[in-house]
Design a protein around this ligand. Structure first.
Ligand code: AN7
Length: 358
């Protein structure tokens, strides 16, 4: 049975027993042509690949369908991860669907409401630690080394295999014309590495004949990859206390840093940071010009595009794809804080007629 989405690319995926596949029909997300935003930014061709349209609302579902399928093949009874939120939401869903116990470690008080609700509601054992994501990752890795669980952070290559299908789909959706540039937010740096691998595989199998620039965007307060790229270093100086409103990418010691720098350098790409203000402005701009609601971290790809255009670092005439990685519903607090509050009135038509004119 040929499924849509991630498993459409079965031949490119490391699965031995297709009966063990755990799927929530992830992938097959929209690639929106954004002519309103393109016009505003003076661009010829701008697309937004909206990964917020996945079953649990982020691109993590692509990695988890392959990762939890692997856990199934191995007969692992318990799976686990550290997470800034979306990884835990996704793992909790896929482990529920495959009858596995799920343990997630979250940085106390720094996880967006929607993600926390998901991890709890799917029935995971949710542990909040008094520390940040990087510390949580060290702890969950120790549990894996003590054989207490199968680790499904993006140190696990099966995660990246699923996420590379974002690159496949973009090619499919652009009639096998690779874009000139792909811009996406970078946290633990698994996704940029995975997508680059996907484009390279489609080029090696001659489905496309060119490769895009990979452009990684980080938040000003959490930008270890940007710093390494600008210093042209191939090792990372971890940031002790990463800080940003984009809590999904509030990561100081990315596990996939070397792979991400490889993807950026091999693709003649770039790495740049954006401020929290630029992120919030871009989040609103995208929602109000194109009707696409994404969480703050995801809007950093739009904010990064705007900054790079101002710097003349991106070709205005190119075919540009911004990847928005998570649904705006994940972080309602951030959206409400950045919005004009609703007018509150009594049930009075006179008052209502006035208030709609304000
Ligand atoms: C919306 C959103 N956008 C971008 C990223 C960065 O992707 P990577 O660079 O592959 O890490 C994340 C990452 C989240 C976690 O790392 C986690 O959930 O633990 C995210 O949720």
């Amino acid at each position: 049975e040929r499924r849509s989405g991630v498993w459409r690319y079965l031949e490119y995926l490391p699965v031995k027993d297709t009966n063990k596949i755990v799927s929530l029909w992830e992938g097959g997300t929209p690639l929106y042509k954004c002519d309103n935003l393109a016009k505003k930014l003076g661009l010829k061709e701008l697309y937004v690949k909206n990964e917020g349209a996945n079953p649990t609302g982020s691109f993590k579902d692509r990695g988890m369908t392959v990762g939890v399928t692997r856990a199934n093949e191995l007969g692992a009874p318990v799976v686990g991860c550290a997470s800034t939120g979306n990884t835990s939401a996704s793992l909790a869903a896929y482990s529920a669907r495959s009858g596995k116990k799920c343990i997630v470690l979250l940085p106390g008080g720094k996880v967006a409401l929607g993600k926390l609700a998901q991890a709890m509601f799917y029935g995971a054992k949710v542990v909040q630690i008094n520390g940040n994501f990087d510390q949580a990752l060290v702890m969950i890795k120790n549990l894996a080394l003590e054989n207490k669980l199968y680790l499904l952070n993006s140190v696990n290559p099966f995660r990246l295999e699923g996420q590379k299908t974002i690159g496949f789909e973009i090619c499919d959706q652009l009639d096998f014309e690779a874009p000139s540039a792909v811009i996406l937010p970078v946290g633990n740096a698994g996704n940029i590495s995975a997508i680059w691998k996907g484009f390279k595989e489609f080029k090696e199998t001659e489905l496309i004949d060119s490769l895009p620039m990979m452009i990684g965007i980080q938040a000003e307060g959490a930008q270890p990859i940007v710093k390494a790229y600008k210093a042209q270093k191939d090792n990372i100086t971890p940031e002790e206390s990463p800080e940003t409103i984009a809590t999904a990418i509030r990561i100081g010691n990315p596990v996939n840093a070397v792979k991400a720098l490889e993807a950026i350098n091999q693709s003649n790409g770039l790495a740049e940071f954006v401020t929290d203000e630029e992120i919030t402005a871009a989040q609103k701009l995208l929602a109000q010009t194109e009707g696409i609601f994404v969480e703050p971290a995801s809007a950093s790809s739009i904010a990064g595009l705007i900054k790079l255009l101002d710097m003349g670092a991106v070709d205005k005439d190119g075919k540009i794809v911004c990847i928005t990685t998570g649904n705006g519903l994940k972080d309602p607090d951030a959206a409400i804080k950045a919005s004009i509050l609703p007018s509150e009135i009594e049930c009075d038509m006179e008052v209502l007629r006035k208030v709609i004119e304000e």
